[in-house]
Design a protein around this ligand. Structure first.
Ligand SMILES: Nc1nc2c(c(=O)[nH]1)N[C@H]1C(S)=C(S)[C@@H](COP(=O)(O)OP(=O)(O)OC[C@H]3O[C@@H](n4cnc5c(=O)[nH]c(N)nc54)[C@H](O)[C@@H]3O)O[C@H]1N2
Ligand SMILES: Nc1nc2c(c(=O)[nH]1)N[C@H]1C(S)=C(S)[C@@H](COP(=O)(O)OP(=O)(O)OC[C@H]3O[C@@H](n4cnc5c(=O)[nH]c(N)nc54)[C@H](O)[C@@H]3O)O[C@H]1N2
Ligand code: SF4
Ligand SMILES: [Mo]
Length: 743
């Protein structure tokens, strides 16, 4: 075994063993099917190699044996009769029709290779888009495929990339690093680690983490910490399970989180509750920040956010006196147009109260985030970047094309025509895309679309010419190299279905055909070893037996010169400090200080719309059994959440003459979608909250499984913030009326 500083867990059992006539293999959950986490699983297979059971691995420190319904229900997904099992082709003239023919992998690869090579010769590689969805552990192989082919146009069809990345960029612009809450996930001995400190208060901000387990964060860590004494402050318009157990629940109006954070900063600064020593030594631009927050007195913020003044003050004081306090935030912060200043305001709260790089506070995870930034950037020819869509408009976009600009370019054909697309892990017509009908119209005349998925989806049915069947995680080998919570894990192949191939195999094979020098490996396992070597010194086979492996970690690295390349103390920013006034944003032509802008449309920005669309709408609150548009055909998961619902306050339902369980249209100036009413006190009377990503696998394939009737993004526009990041997925206005009423 190679020399490594990595820490391992002592396992009682080997990574594979027999139990009651079944073979048990230790692995790590990663999509497909979807999830952002890699919980430790035990995969049970029978003598035929069929996956029959999945249990949580009690020996894995990450989830300590616990699993969500989706992992417990995995065998039904992997073995489902509707899985895509071999490559499919459809004649270009039949796009949108359910007229597929089975082809071999060779024919599929030959076709794609020829089309992509021809386009490259005729129009340049930039004429092909490479689009991912939530991406998961497949993202690095998509970026490498894109960049090694020579196209700068890797992206995803999510307006304003309004998931995770705005927070990541936001933190990079202020702290020069990404930060995660310290729930001891960096230590293999977890809460028992002698250096670890239980947070006094955890702020759960726009995140329902016990359900969503988002972005490398296992929500039950919050429960573990509550059991060990942490208090909670929950910032959420709905009464979630966590909110109902919080010391303080701030029921914020959707899209006004920046105002709330600025109001809390106002209290902390004006009441002199900030950490003077930390601010003096490690922060830049405090005076300017102090001046800016004077624009956000608590009475004004209370009006904007719907949160009573005294609660805002109480939250600010509680944060200032909690040592340490930490923040677990979610996608609600990204899903408003001005997401960057919102994230900046929220994270600033934890900087000026001295909660950075301390045990139990906010920590910078070790740098093994290979797949987050993309793999293979050096392969892109230097001049290709000038062709990257949106690069001239949004300087904060350093390596991906800007999605809203892609849609415009698809429509206009200017400055050049996009001719083809590679789509992997995204069902964007059901899920990612704002205004899906607009994107459908923009895409439907592309010359060629190749699509990789586990199942036939509305997007594939509407647009694809070739569909390739991907493997679920128990059908493949893989690696995982941290994404905030930091560990390496392997995924072990235990079963196989039809002719499905893993995404990594697919991209390796296609990559070899398009640019063999960039893909020198004969097998995916060799490729994984190449990826692992730099960071861990291990081969794939070594990690497979040892995982999880924990990279070395230290607190207070800014004091030790471990956060900057030049080895100087401080943070990795231009000034070496946490930039409360950000040079990074200033250089990008943006406001260097955090600010709040009313979500538009919304009650503050467009009061004239309130007569027609009186309710504030937020969308996409996650549920236990579904990952975005997945799991609709999985009976046990669907039974837990059978219909697309809209949560409304019982009083609102009554005032509108509606009733619980009734089918309604939710509509605004842009479009409408069908929903079933769930009347609940968990929602304020002035608003409603609804599911996203609905389609009906049991529906008509040629009406794309009813996606255009059910997709809530009919009500959402392509509308990024000033930075190109952020969009209005969680802030809209609407009205609600019976399906059998006005049409
Ligand atoms: N209104 C509203 N819309 C939203 C949101 C919201 O909150 N509100 N949330 C948004 C967010 S945060 C995101 S990230 C996007 C997600 O948007 P998408 O990524 O488009 O959503 P998914 O439904 O997860 O689509 C993933 C597809 O990949 C397939 N898949 C799963 N695993 C694999 C795999 O291993 N390999 C391959 N090749 N395919 C696989 C699935 O079957 C599915 O069809 O949606 C966004 N849409
Ligand atoms: N089961 C399941 N898990 C998932 C996913 C899934 O589809 N299903 N999707 C994955 C993905 S890609 C992502 S990005 C994450 C997202 O995971 P989360 O960040 O937890 O996202 P949501 O559940 O959409 O929203 C979290 C909470 O924000 C609240 N909220 C709505 N609008 C606002 C607002 O304006 N401000 C504030 N402060 N709160 C608001 C909602 O009521 C909700 O309780 O989940 C991941 N995990
Ligand atoms: S968070 Fe839930 S669905 Fe995701 S890997 Fe862990 S158990 Fe599976
Ligand atoms: Mo997301």
């Amino acid at each position: 075994m190679a020399e490594t500083k990595y820490l391992f867990v002592e396992h009682e059992r080997p990574f594979t063993y027999e139990e009651d006539g079944l073979t048990v293999t230790r692995g790590s959950a990663w999509s497909g099917p979807g999830c952002h986490l890699g919980c430790g699983v035990l995969l049970y297979t029978d003598a035929e190699g069929t996956l029959v059971k999945v249990e949580g691995d009690p020996e894995n420190p990450y989830n300590q044996g616990r699993l969500c319904p989706r992992c417990l229900g995995l065998p039904e997904v992997t073995n489902h009769e509707d899985r895509l099992k071999y490559p499919l082709r459809r004649a270009r003239a039949d796009r949108g029709k359910d007229l597929w023919e089975r082809i071999s992998w060779d024919e599929a690869f030959d076709t794609i290779e020829k089309v992509f090579k021809d386009i490259k010769k005729e129009s340049g590689p930039e004429a092909v888009l490479f689009m991912q969805g939530t991406g998961r552990d497949i993202a690095p192989y998509i970026t490498r495929l894109c960049w090694s082919y020579g196209s700068p146009n890797f992206s995803l069809f999510l307006s304003g990339v309004a998931c995770y990345v705005p927070r990541v960029i936001g933190l990079a612009g202020t702290f020069g690093a990404f930060l995660v809450p310290d729930c001891s996930q960096v230590h293999p001995d977890r809460y028992d680690n002698p250096e670890y400190v239980i947070p006094e208060t955890i702020f759960v901000w726009g995140n329902n983490c016990v359900v969503s387990n988002s972005d490398g964060f296992f929500g039950h860590w919050v429960v573990d910490l509550m059991q060990r004494g942490s208090k909670l402050v929950v910032i959420d318009p709905r009464v979630t399970w966590l909110a109902s157990r919080a010391e303080l629940h701030l029921r914020v109006r959707p899209g006004t989180d920046a105002a709330l954070a600025l109001g809390m900063l106002n209290v902390i600064i004006n009441e002199d509750l900030y950490d003077h020593d930390f601010v003096d030594r490690w922060c830049y631009g405090f005076e300017e920040l102090a001046e800016r927050v004077q624009e956000y007195p608590v009475d004004k913020v209370a009006q904007i956010t719907w949160i009573p003044e005294e609660k805002i003050v109480e939250a600010a004081r509680l944060l200032a006196k909690s040592k340490p306090a930490t923040l677990q935030w979610g996608v609600a912060v990204d899903m408003t147009k001005e997401a960057i200043p919102a994230g900046q305001a929220i994270s600033t709260l934890f900087a000026i109260t001295g909660n950075i790089e301390v045990p139990g506070g906010m920590i910078v995870p070790p740098e093994i985030l290979k797949y987050v930034g993309g793999w293979g950037k050096e392969l892109l020819p230097a001049d290709a970047n000038t062709k990257r869509i949106g690069q001239d408009r949004y300087p904060l976009f350093a390596s991906e094309a800007q999605p809203d600009c892609i849609v415009e370019q698809l429509e206009s054909g200017e400055p050049y025509k996009v001719r083809a697309a590679w789509i992997q892990t995204s069902n964007f017509l059901s899920c990612m895309a704002a205004d899906p009908q607009r994107l459908y119209n923009a895409m439907k005349d592309l010359e060629f679309i190749a699509y990789v998925d586990l199942f036939m989806t509305p997007t594939a049915m509407a647009l694809a010419d070739i569909v390739l069947p991907a493997a679920t995680y128990p059908e493949r080998n893989g690696i995982r190299l941290g994404d905030g919570a930091q560990r390496g894990e392997t995924i072990n192949k235990v079963t196989s279905i039809g002719e499905c191939k893993s995404d990594m195999e697919i991209n390796l094979e296609l990559g070899k055909r398009l640019n063999p020098e960039a893909w020198p490996w004969d097998t995916v396992e060799e490729m994984f070893t190449f990826l692992l070597k730099d960071d861990t010194g291990m081969t794939f086979e070594e990690l497979q037996e040892q995982a999880p492996a924990y990279p070395p970690f230290q607190y207070r690295r800014h004091e030790k010169g471990l956060l900057r390349k030049d080895g100087q103390p401080g943070f990795n920013t231009a000034t070496g400090r946490i930039e409360l006034w950000s040079t990074f944003y200033r250089n990008a032509g943006l406001d260097p200080l955090p600010y709040f802008e009313e979500p538009s449309p919304g009650p503050g920005a467009t009061p004239e719309l309130l007569d027609e669309y009186p309710l504030v709408l937020t969308t996409g609150a996650r549920n236990w059994s579904m990952f975005h548009s997945e799991h609709r055909q999985i009976k046990r998961m669907r039974a837990l959440h059978p219909d697309p619902i809209i949560q409304m306050n019982p009083k609102t339902v009554e005032t509108l003459g509606l009733s619980n369980g009734q089918m309604v249209w939710v509509e605004n100036q842009f479009g409408r979608a069908k929903r079933k009413i769930e009347a609940t006190e968990a929602i304020d009377e002035r608003m409603c909250s609804t599911d996203h990503a609905w389609w009906l696998p049991e529906g008509d394939p040629e009406s794309f499984y009813d996606v255009f009737d059910l997709n809530i993004n009919n009500l959402v526009q392509w509308s990024p913030g000033k930075s190109g990041f952020g969009s209005n997925y969680k802030t809209a206005l609407c009205r609600v009326y019976p399906v059998d009423g006005r049409e």
